[in-house]
Design a protein around this ligand. Structure first.
Ligand SMILES: [Zn+2]
Length: 270
């Protein structure tokens, strides 16, 4: 178990500057971030580490460096919202690699299937966030990563979505936003994306997967509106130029919800 030390009787310390620098050097979502935003993210990450408990499984030791990497990525989502959005649960469980929990799935014919699909992460309603360290580390690997694939942002986006119950692709919206506008942006984009994934799947044998590669976000987003929101959040922070070009109305709703504009950051100096 890893637990950050709280300064006795006071507010949590920001993450140590040297540790912060080395742990967050290479993240795509930090491109163009202002010095003020960067400092606030470091302070928020310190608070996150004081609030949450980390557990490694299979003898994995969650080091301060690893915890800071998780904290930084989780905190970017709530930089302008506050950590209250992650209240009501405390545990972050880290597996060394992908994990395959046994699940029962009932199909349309009522037949129960046992499945063991490998997973990179999972977020439980009112419970822990579970992460594969191999996948977490990938986002910081400038050579190995796929831009727009970020398991921490993905799972913590589900956590925000779950603030209103089961993940459904619509988190609780701010007063200045509207559910009607949200749906008007997301529903047609989701339908369009599902069609594009179907077409790309059908073409995959002929084009060697080129159409799948060319999709603006990860095809996993076609699984459900909840996954569209979580995968869309990864793209919003890591590849905003692709998301906004494909689905500008969705980008604007994300910007309103997160109260951030990663596209403007990129233009300023990414
Ligand atoms: Zn998901």
């Amino acid at each position: 178990m890893f637990s950050w030390l709280k300064r006795r009787g006071g507010a949590p310390e920001p993450v140590d500057a040297g540790l912060w620098e080395s742990a967050t050097l290479d993240y795509l979502f930090l491109r163009g971030i202002s010095p003020d935003e960067h400092e606030r993210l470091r302070a928020l990450s310190g608070q996150f580490l004081a609030d949450k408990r980390f557990y490694g499984t299979h003898d994995l030791e969650v080091t301060p460096f690893m915890a800071v990497q998780v904290a930084a990525q989780a905190s970017i989502l709530v930089l302008e919202l506050g950590l209250d959005w992650y209240e009501g649960w405390t545990d972050v469980i880290v597996y060394p690699g992908q994990f395959a929990p046994e699940r029962e799935i009932v199909d349309d014919a009522g037949v129960v299937h046992q499945t063991r699909d490998p997973m990179a992460g999972e977020a439980w309603l009112g419970g822990p966030v579970i992460l594969s360290w191999e996948d977490v580390a990938l986002a910081a690997d400038a050579n190995g990563r796929v831009a727009g694939y970020n398991v921490v942002i993905h799972e913590f986006a589900h956590k925000l979505d779950m603030r209103s119950g089961d993940a459904n692709g619509c988190p609780p919206l701010h007063r200045e936003m509207s559910v009607a506008h949200w749906k008007a942006a997301f529903a047609p984009a989701y339908d369009d994306f599902c069609q594009r994934v179907d077409a790309a799947d059908s073409a995959a044998e002929a084009d060697g997967g080129a159409a799948l590669e060319a999709l603006p976000i990860d095809p996993y987003a076609a699984e459900s509106p909840a996954e569209f929101f979580a995968v869309g959040s990864e793209a919003f922070f890591e590849t905003p130029e692709r998301l906004s070009a494909a689905y500008p109305a969705v980008y604007r709703q994300f910007a309103g919800f997160f109260r951030q504009d990663p596209l403007a950051r990129l233009a300023r100096g990414g």
